[in-house]
Design a protein around this ligand. Structure first.
Ligand SMILES: Nc1nc2c(ncn2[C@@H]2O[C@H](COP(=O)(O)OP(=O)(O)O)[C@@H](O)[C@H]2O)c(=O)[nH]1
Ligand SMILES: [Mg+2]
Ligand SMILES: [Zn+2]
Length: 305
């Protein structure tokens, strides 16, 4: 039985030349939702690769063999690299409060590279069973000053996890990003029943890269809501153009947008006081300056190449 209408689908998995596509609206196609697709030959996709997370139009749907053909790609909203995933709506920057110890400069870099994607960014703090409530509250306060409402998790208390899960089910496509050993896989295993990716204690992990790389995959967690599984990826913060940096710090752009501050020079990097009207007495200003300096040296290095 063939259906020749065109349907919108979501690429959830990628094999060599095949794509697993979930139909977005399942009108008139019964229970079948997932189709193994090839790309239509007549289309030149050479410079337009298809990624997991892409929305595609499929046709020649065969309901028996569950096969179809990808006809075209819908314009994508964004593309994350390493792992390559398209159309992310939410990035959950994930760090443990201990084991490994919380590194604020690293948290800052992950937050900024997530902000540079132009998506909704949240902060998750795992392993809160390892610290006192007092310390936990002080961290929540700190990140509130950074512009983030941190979600604190504790494997021993499912209550917090359930709140996060309910939130994820309201989002289109979420991903956990953070360094190795913070509990991302543990979280994914709790969110996606039956996933059973292997987790490893921190010390063990440092000795050797234990993950065997599998491909990125999207898992449905509720109707039209997905989470990215990124096995075998050690997430690294992306490099960000320094001219964009002022827009990526809530403490800065809130002053510009809410309070309407203006500096003398239009593209002020807020480094010197002359003609700069930014109130620099916020906690992350030091990190901000440090980041500008390091991107500056990269910038000049690249110019010389
Ligand atoms: N104490 C504690 N340990 C945790 C928690 N979540 C994860 N872990 C442990 O942290 C280690 C690394 O977890 P894993 O999920 O592999 O981290 P990933 O590298 O970010 O994927 C494992 O030994 C987990 O059992 C937590 O809430 N509390
Ligand atoms: Mg992992
Ligand atoms: Zn300024």
């Amino acid at each position: 039985m063939k259906n020749n209408n065109k349907h919108l689908g979501l690429v959830t998995k990628k094999f060599n030349n095949f794509f697993l596509v979930d139909l977005k609206n399942q009108e008139n196609l019964g229970d079948s939702q997932k189709f193994l697709c090839k790309v239509r030959k007549s289309i030149n996709f050479k410079d337009q690769l298809i990624y997991v997370g892409d929305e595609v139009w499929i046709e020649n749907i065969d309901l028996l063999s569950k096969r179809a053909v990808i006809k075209s790609i819908k314009k994508r909203k964004n593309l994350l690299v390493r792992p390559s995933v398209a159309n992310i709506s939410n990035i959950y920057i994930t760090f443990s409060v201990d084991e490994p110890e919380l590194n604020l400069s690293q948290v800052n870099r992950f937050l900024i590279s997530a902000e540079s994607m132009g998506v909704e960014v949240s902060l998750v703090l795992t392993k809160c069973d390892l610290i006192s409530d007092k310390r936990r509250f002080s961290l929540v306060d700190k990140f509130e000053r950074w512009g983030y409402q941190a979600i604190t998790l504790n494997l021993k208390k499912s209550h917090y996890f359930n709140n996060l899960l309910a939130e994820l089910k309201q989002k289109e496509c979420s991903i956990f990003m953070g360094p190795s050993g913070v509990g991302k896989t543990t979280l994914l295993n709790m969110i996606i029943p039956g996933l059973q990716n292997s987790t490893a204690p921190v010390s063990h992990k440092i000795k050797r890269g234990k993950n065997t790389t599998r491909n990125v995959e999207l898992f449905s967690i509720s109707n039209q809501s997905f989470i990215v599984d990124t096995p075998g990826f050690n997430m690294q913060p992306l490099k960000v153009d320094m001219r964009l940096l002022p827009n990526l710090y809530p403490e800065i752009y809130k002053q510009v947008v809410d309070e309407g501050i203006r500096c003398k020079f239009r593209n002020c990097l807020h480094l010197n006081d002359e003609g700069c009207n930014l109130n620099k007495s916020f906690e992350r200003y030091f990190f901000y300056k440090e980041m500008i300096e390091s991107t500056k040296s990269h910038y000049y290095q690249n110019q010389e190449d």
